[in-house]
Design a protein around this ligand. Structure first.
Ligand code: FAD
Ligand code: NAP
Length: 288
């Protein structure tokens, strides 16, 4: 993902231990100054619970590192299967809200994936490493003010939007919030209960939840890809809102091909991503 910042800094390993540069000359003769190892960049947390949606899609909760701060829409790097350099590290979006006691993540396991294989063996009480910093550009502050917020997700890409909807920001800033979640099979509609939760929240904004199921005929009234639904007008008709540059703000997350195609479709309607000093109307996060 091009927007992912590089986490490693010169002179530091993943566990934060200093890398001592090779030196030459007279200074070599001097006694080495005692070195104090910097604190690790991660903390070791424990799995609290795992919720399976399908055999390959699961949510899991871990203890929250003390002092861990994030903005809804951010991701953290998680490590499994050893300490620091031995662990497999991958980025995962927080699903829980910034105020929650625990951290929650939604993971789509990939066949033969290095992290996925370790994740599949994980159980309550097992350790998970969590890097202390969080990152990301899929946050509300990256969008210009608007009237309708469109959150478009494929697969596990629904996760950051659940976190965003946990907070008050989206509900206060927009008159309408629309979530469209595209999955292959209905069982993968993780957090589908958020539709009810939002209805109960007494939110000022109108909320529209659009499940899209592409490989299980009859499971949902929207059965084509979000890109096709946008192109033929069905997405807007279902939401009862026009997606236009004046008031619509779009966040999209998940499959990179869907992100690429959506970006082109939305750009054709005049929407732009944020640039330095200029807030745009759309923001994307590729998961691979
Ligand atoms: C910013 C960011 C946030 C992310 N957040 C999440 C999240 O919240 N939930 C989540 O499940 N994943 C998320 N991912 C993807 C995640 O980091 C891993 O790439 C994924 O879990 C696979 O890791 P792995 O080690 O099992 O597979 P690897 O051994 O690293 O990869 C195996 C292959 O699968 C491809 N691949 C990776 N992810 C997928 C996918 N989802 N579908 C299809 N192919 C894929 C890779 O390109 C690679 O070729 C995020 C990625 C980024 C960049
Ligand atoms: N979900 C499963 O049952 C399953 C099973 C085995 C392995 N996997 C592994 O898990 C990975 C992720 O699977 P996933 O189901 O979460 O994600 P996915 O393949 O990205 O599919 C999620 C949703 O996004 C849609 N989509 C895919 N490409 C799109 C595009 N270019 N434009 C618009 N919409 C698009 C899909 O529609 P379409 O259905 O039309 O593609 C589907 O509705 C797969 O690549 C595979 O490695 C998943």
């Amino acid at each position: 993902m091009s927007e992912t910042p590089v986490l490693r800094e010169a002179g530091a390993t993943m566990d934060g231990a200093a890398v001592v540069p090779m030196s030459a000359g007279a200074a070599d003769a001097a006694a080495p100054a005692p070195s104090v190892a910097p604190a690790p960049r991660w903390t070791s947390e424990r799995v609290l619970a795992i919720r399976r949606w399908t055999s390959r899609l699961a949510s899991f909760r871990v203890t929250r590192p003390s002092g861990f701060r994030f903005t809804a829409g951010h991701y953290a790097r998680l490590g499994l299967g050893g300490a620091d350099a031995e662990a497999v590290w991958r980025p995962y979006s927080m699903v829980s809200g910034p105020g929650a006691e625990h951290l929650e993540f939604l993971i789509q396991s990939i066949p033969d994936g290095a992290f996925s294989e370790r994740f599949e063996r994980l159980g309550p009480g097992d350790p998970v490493l969590v890097e202390k910093a969080s990152f990301g550009f899929l946050t509300l502050d990256r969008l210009a003010p608007g009237t309708a917020l469109w959150l478009l997700a494929s697969g596990a890409g629904i996760g950051p939007f659940v976190s965003i909807l946990e907070g008050a920001g989206a509900w206060q800033a927009f008159g309408t919030v629309i979530v469209a979640h595209s999955v292959r099979n209905a069982a993968e509609l993780a957090y589908r209960e958020l539709a009810q939760a939002a209805a109960h929240a007494g939110a000022r904004a109108r909320f529209c939840y659009l499940p899209v199921v592409t490989r299980e005929p009859g499971a949902a009234s929207l059965d084509a890809r979000i890109t096709a639904l946008l192109a033929d007008g069905r997405l807007e008709r279902s939401a009862g809102v026009q997606l236009e540059v004046g008031g619509s703000r779009v966040m999209a997350c998940g499959n990179p091909a869907m992100m690429r195609e959506l970006r082109a479709l939305l750009a054709a309607r005049g929407l732009k991503t944020s640039r330095r000093g200029s807030l745009g109307q759309m923001a994307f996060e590729n998961y691979w």
